[in-house]
Design a protein around this ligand. Structure first.
Ligand SMILES: Cc1cc2nc3c(=O)[nH]c(=O)nc-3n(C[C@H](O)[C@H](O)[C@H](O)COP(=O)(O)OP(=O)(O)OC[C@H]3O[C@@H](n4cnc5c(N)ncnc54)[C@H](O)[C@@H]3O)c2cc1C
Ligand code: SF4
Length: 337
């Protein structure tokens, strides 16, 4: 690791002060707990001259949770989300996802806003400066001209989104509240993440993966409750105690008699965006049997990428994600409401 370069830190105490600071310093970056950003700065991946610290924003440190809805401020620490009684009771997948992030010290520092806005990752990007320079950089560093993962990619990056919270929020119709120079707005989380990496460039990719405008910050994330929905989160990582996920899966199931009444599955660590699996409504009204599992297999094969952006082969990661989702849905199907 290299030494940290010089930068200034601004410590606002209100959203209005953040927006003003962002306007005054267009090259600035928001910093929550710094558990990811500071690593990237040390590696020379990012060189912001100014950091705007969200730790002083008390108005963004609240959690409201009941069976109808969940609202979480961007400066809430992961440990507080993971241990919140209302979140654990009504949104267990979200509490479990928060409790599975990195290690205890990261969860004491890391924030919800920082986790949602987590940068995408790739073995050719999350390296030291000299390593990246030796490999002539790549598209995501702006100094390179090609993608090493997909050399024929037409300017598109496939770096993987691996934040754990987003898939869990996606189960519950998650949305993101943003504040910026034009005021506040709310965006459905499924529209907020735009890393589809289409070769025609019609959407975002591993470089531009969020629909956030210049000068905007995340202020809150929200979820909507559904009565009778069982939910859970699981992930696979190389070092079980502390590691970004190889793949993570959030699932929610509501059962009616012997049939599935509602099923939702979402992933992280597979694509340049968290993926809310489309087409699971084909399982509604049916039992959780081999046919239903085949449907999940087919949907995952179609929607999860198998690019090698981490140490594990891409197709292995997709198989792990698929197996994990079937295991999770099976468990939730058997669990009493
Ligand atoms: C060893 C190790 C293991 C890790 N394992 C995991 C893991 O298993 N799962 C996982 O999800 N993460 C993991 N992480 C990454 C990180 O610790 C977490 O994602 C954490 O939640 C990031 O939150 P933070 O507040 O520290 O973000 P920061 O590092 O402060 O910021 C991260 C990004 O979010 C932006 N940002 C911060 N706040 C806002 C805001 N309010 N609005 C807009 N943008 C904002 C920053 O500019 C930056 O780009 C790991 C990190 C390390 C070093
Ligand atoms: S996917 Fe390609 S462009 Fe993106 S970070 Fe990896 S090597 Fe770079």
């Amino acid at each position: 690791m290299d030494a940290l370069p010089d930068f200034d830190v601004i410590r606002p105490t209100s959203i209005a002060e953040v927006v003003a600071a962002r306007k005054a310093h267009p090259d600035s970056r928001m910093i929550g707990g710094g558990t990811d950003l500071l690593v990237n700065i040390r590696r020379g991946i990012e060189k912001p001259p100014v950091l705007i610290d969200t730790a002083g924003l008390d108005e963004l440190k609240t959690i409201e949770a009941d069976e109808t809805g969940l609202t979480v401020g961007a400066s809430v620490r992961l440990v507080d989300l993971a241990t919140h009684e209302g979140v654990r009771r009504h949104y267990p997948a979200i509490a479990e996802a928060a409790g599975s992030i990195a290690g205890p010290s990261h969860r004491n520092m890391g924030t919800v806003g920082g986790n949602i806005a987590l940068d995408t990752r790739c073995i050719f990007y999350n390296q030291s400066e000299w390593w990246r320079e030796t490999n002539n950089h790549c598209l995501k560093t702006e100094l390179g001209e090609m993608c090493h993962v997909a050399p024929k990619s037409k300017g598109v990056c496939f770096a993987t989104y691996s934040g754990d919270l987003a898939p869990a929020f996606l189960l519950f119709g998650g949305s993101v509240d943003l504040a910026g120079p034009e005021g506040e707005r709310s965006v459905a989380m499924n529209d907020f993440f735009i890393g589809y990496s289409k070769q025609d460039g019609s959407t975002g990719d591993g470089i531009v993966y969020m629909a956030i405008k210049p000068g905007e910050m995340i202020v809150r994330v929200r979820a909507t409750g559904t009565p009778g929905l069982n939910s859970a989160y699981d992930k696979v990582r190389i070092r079980r105690t502390i590691e970004y996920p190889v793949a993570g899966c959030a699932a929610a199931v509501r059962r009616d008699g012997d049939a599935i009444a509602d099923v939702r599955i979402a992933f992280t660590g597979t694509n340049p965006r968290p993926v809310l699996l489309e087409g699971t409504d084909a399982l509604v009204g049916k039992p959780w049997d081999e046919n239903a599992q085949q449907v999940v297999d087919d949907l995952c094969k179609d929607q999860l990428m198998s690019m090698k952006t981490t140490f594990t082969p891409g197709h292995y990661r997709r198989r792990v994600a698929t197996q994990m989702s079937k295991r999770l849905v099976g468990r939730l199907f058997e669990q009493p409401a």
